[in-house]
Ligand binder design. Sequence first.
Ligand SMILES: [Fe+2]
Ligand SMILES: [Fe+2]
Length: 321
Amino acid sequence: MDLDRMLAQCRRDQWNVSDLDWSGKPRPMSREEEEQVVQLFTDMAGIERLASALFREQERRVEEPRLKEIFRTFIRDEIRHAQAAQMLADYYDVHHYRHYQESKSLREFAPVFVAAIHHLSDDVANAYVVTGELLLDIALLRSIDDHVGDAMSGAAMRLINRDESRHIAIDYHMCAYYASDEYEEKLQKQTAPSLSERAQAARTFSQMLYYAQPFIRDVFLKPMEKLDPRGRRLREAFKRSQLLGMKERSSRRPFTRFTRALQVGFEHPVLKPVLGNVFVRLSGVGPDFLARLYSEEELARARRMSYEALADEALGAKTEN
Ligand SMILES: [Fe+2]
Ligand SMILES: [Fe+2]
């Protein structure tokens, strides 16, 4: 990837929420619909703020000065998305039917997630960030916009999506880097974390898993039941994340080992009924999305493709069907 070009693009494509024209009127909605839309945008604001915290973490981990600078622009992007989402919530809150606040499960999950990510190894942290962006970017955001079906939301989402395209491109670029020999060599030179560091990492991680399930259920799966009744987009996003985890033939990196072990365990005919719930809990997602979602052909194809081409394809999924 040409990092100079990417950085120039990051700087050039900055925008402000005030660039949007907020003077229009929302389309008429029933009470139920208005409440749902305002709640969706209220939660979206929280998710975008969480995304900014994750990019702060990514920025801390990289040494390459241009990458550092790129991640700094991503932090700004996500804060702007949070502002835009909050303004969309207020825009659609025409009747003030009730007081809206972020879902409890999101409020509880966000700080423990950030803490857990802080203690994870670089590649595992990156895998969580990529998966989060695929879910938010491809599945949730698009479905919210389709569901709202209104010009104001459409205009804001277009600008947000332009930023998200850069995020996905860099997320995949980081996946490639963490799978590289260069990174492997760097790891060899690092000192292993101390026992107390590892204990803290394990503690924050198990805390995160505890709060992940209600969060994923309330903020992703439940709204998506209405927005994407057959779960096609969610499945698509999870599939892309799984393919990324399986892309390298060798599973030397911990995240790849972790996701592979989970999937194998889940598909095992005897282990599945016994350990099914444990696996669901460990991975933080529902059983439908843990099963293997890709075919052998799709895996072979993904392995032949470059990370860049995979990122392009993930982005393409935003505009097709
Ligand atoms: Fe965002
Ligand atoms: Fe993003």
